[in-house]
Design a protein around this ligand. Sequence first.
Ligand SMILES: Nc1ncnc2c1ncn2[C@@H]1O[C@H](COP(=O)(O)OP(=O)(O)O)[C@@H](O)[C@H]1O
Ligand SMILES: [Mg+2]
Length: 296
Amino acid sequence: MKIGVIDYRREPPRSVTDLFEAAKKRGVEAVYLKLPLMDAFIDDGRIVVKQRDELVNIDGAVLRGIGLVMSLDVFEKRLGVLEALASTVPVINNPFNALIAKDKWRSLIRLSLHGLPVPDTMITENPFSAMRYAQAKKKIVYKPLMGSLGLGSALIEDPDLAFQTTRSLMNIGVPSYLQKYLEKPGYDYRVFVVGGKVIGAMKRVSRNSWKTNIAQGAQGVPVQEKDAPEVFTTAVKASKILGLDYAGVDIAEDVSTGKHYILEVNAFPYWEGLRASTGVNPPDYIIEHLIEKIKK
Ligand SMILES: Nc1ncnc2c1ncn2[C@@H]1O[C@H](COP(=O)(O)OP(=O)(O)O)[C@@H](O)[C@H]1O
Ligand SMILES: [Mg+2]
């Protein structure tokens, strides 16, 4: 058996080499597939994918990223290559589902339509809408629509700042994704789901920031199912609704109501923080899940 690990970076990042190691442990050969170097062909009615000039001859693949800054055409090309590959072998996460999850808004509407709790949220190009939203919700969070690691998110309490932020961002073609701020109990949850099961979960506790990403300095504290059963079931449901084979689900409690809300579902989650605090190694589970899919 031979698998691919797909990313866009020149050199394989840590997450990719972690997956290589997990594959090696299972006696599976793994190759690095770089999206910019990949071509796809329809050849006499057969779908073929190549990297440089070499046929991509694998039984399945793990997708880790498609790139951050690119034109719409390059984005479509990469998605097209992934679609070609996924038409011949299992690719996890499924590229379409992964890209919907990457878009915070499009994943939240899907979760909401399925009855899962999500914070009040809006997207807009209109500074006046942003201003009115800040007035109505008192305290809101601006987030990059497709951001991660807490980078670029900002708290907005002043309606005029909401107005000016949305107006300025629109000058460079960036719409605003705005969400009601939840008063958290000093932490949120990261729940790692693989193949419809929770493999590990942690509270991310922060003393100095409202952003509880590990990348923003939060500390991970392991959590068992009995400590937060509702959080576990919500995470599993969310990853199912979004059709993800593996996912990192972020869930926060609003202390004013005691209710839990899904903040986002990561289709390309990092795992260093979870591994350090729980001892669980997600790549082992991801590779095992892919092997099962290939065997089916
Ligand atoms: N609506 C919100 N209310 C309170 N805190 C939030 C809210 N949205 C995000 N946060 C905090 O910011 C962190 C990052 O937000 P998230 O939506 O997970 O985006 P990303 O991790 O992709 O940057 C969360 O883990 C949480 O601590
Ligand atoms: Mg997050």
